[in-house]
Design a protein around this ligand. Structure first.
Ligand code: KG4
Ligand code: ZN
Length: 370
């Protein structure tokens, strides 16, 4: 729930999300007593992509087109509202896989044209970055670690369109690394939850895995070397013993998760020091994105915040991974500022939050690590 604000009229928005492999719709109300998720429906596509070892853009786009109307109908029904009860249609307009983003944007345009409701194009990353305001009413500004399958960046979030990037990954995003490591270990996709599960019975100290870029100052991150280290360790075991035993998979998963956790914790500590040096009034640290669902990473970040005497916010697991409630909420903030779109709203494969920051190296599942 967001803080009470008597000046805010209550607005109900439909959110639509289709930028990767989840087709999602949600209804969120934002008003004087705060924000409420009235419904949040997510239809995943894991089974459709399972045979291919990753998300196939064409299959994803087709599945979004097929499922969007059912998912939107379910979101409206669960919230017990009709299109007439809404104040706006918010849709992810990027960054993401272009076919999927286009499906959502075209669907939202159709709904907006038919109903006359305002159309609001939302940056998917802004949706993640504003989630702590939806769930906990966190006040601006705050430091955000946005950590997902396609992105990893430290942002100072000062408003719905006001983001300053302090650093980010120079190659893979951590979620991408979790997914690749899972594939190398024969675990299912998405790799994050599979590695977390396998790691529960593993010994994180058995394999000496690197902590990339910790030797360099600043809060940029790198994860591709970690993936290569898992590949090498696996191949050494396969050569020596003919295959991987369950214990090997658990130990490698635990070692990998510990390495990612250590890197994220230390880089977050540094980003937080940089942020605190700017003397914010009520310093707060928040995390969002799919990888924020990882318990080991959440608790390490909580420790970093406590050690610095800073408030820490991590959304509930279902609002860490891709969902449309975050899109509806971000749309409500934009609508309140009069920042609506018209039928020229474009679907964007790339859409950096901080246009002034230098582009990062590398290109991930969802485009540049901007
Ligand atoms: O935010 P998200 O749903 O989609 C993107 O915008 O990328 O994040 C998906 C990513 C996947 O790479 C998935 O493996 C990772 O988040 N993930 C996790 C966990 N749950 C999801 N990574 C680590 N631990 C988890 N429990
Ligand atoms: Zn996401």
């Amino acid at each position: 729930m967001t803080a009470r604000n008597p000046d805010v009229p209550t607005r109900r928005l439909l959110g639509i999300e289709s930028s990767c492999d989840d087709t999602a719709a949600a209804v969120v109300s934002v008003g004087p007593v705060g924000a409420r998720v009235l419904s949040s429906i997510v239809a995943g596509q894991t089974a459709l992509h399972a045979d291919f070892g990753g998300v196939v853009p064409e299959i994803a786009a087709r599945a979004h087109v097929e499922k969007l109307d059912t998912v939107i109908r379910a979101a409206l029904d669960t919230a017990e509202v009709t299109l007439r009860d809404l104040d706006g249609i918010a849709v992810t307009a990027g960054p993401g896989l272009i076919g999927g983003v286009l499906s959502g944007v075209m669907c939202a345009k159709g709904l907006a044209a038919a109903t006359g409701l305002p159309l609001i194009g939302v940056n998917h990353l802004a949706g993640h970055a504003l989630t702590p305001r939806l769930t906990d009413g966190l006040a601006y500004p705050y430091l955000m670690l946005l950590v997902s399958g396609g992105h990893c960046q430290f942002l100072i979030v000062a408003g719905p369109t006001d983001f300053t990037r302090l650093g980010g990954t120079i190659d893979d995003a951590p979620g991408e690394a979790f997914d690749k490591a899972a594939r190398l270990l024969g675990l299912p996709q998405p790799g994050g939850p599979a590695i977390e599960q396998a790691a529960m019975t593993g010994d994180a100290t058995r394999f000496r895995l690197p902590r990339p870029l910790l030797d360099r100052p600043g809060c940029d991150l790198s994860f591709s070397g970690l993936k290569t280290a898992i590949l090498r360790a696996r191949d050494t075991l396969v050569t020596a013993q003919g295959g991987l035993y369950r214990r090997d998979v658990a130990d490698l998963a635990a070692g990998f998760q510990a390495a990612v956790t250590d890197v994220l914790a230390e880089k977050t500590r540094r980003a937080l020091m940089t942020y605190l040096a700017l003397s914010p009034d009520a310093p707060a640290l928040a995390v969002a994105g799919g990888v924020a669902a990882n318990c080991s990473i959440r608790s390490a970040l909580q420790t970093v915040a406590s050690n610095a005497g800073v408030q820490f916010t991590a959304p509930p697991l279902a609002l860490c991974t891709d969902n449309a409630a975050m899109i509806a909420y971000a749309g409500a903030e934009l609508l309140a500022l009069g920042l609506t779109d018209d039928m020229t709203l474009a679907a964007r494969p790339r859409w950096p939050l901080d246009n002034d920051a230098a582009p990062m190296l590398g290109s991930g599942r969802k485009g540049a690590k901007a």
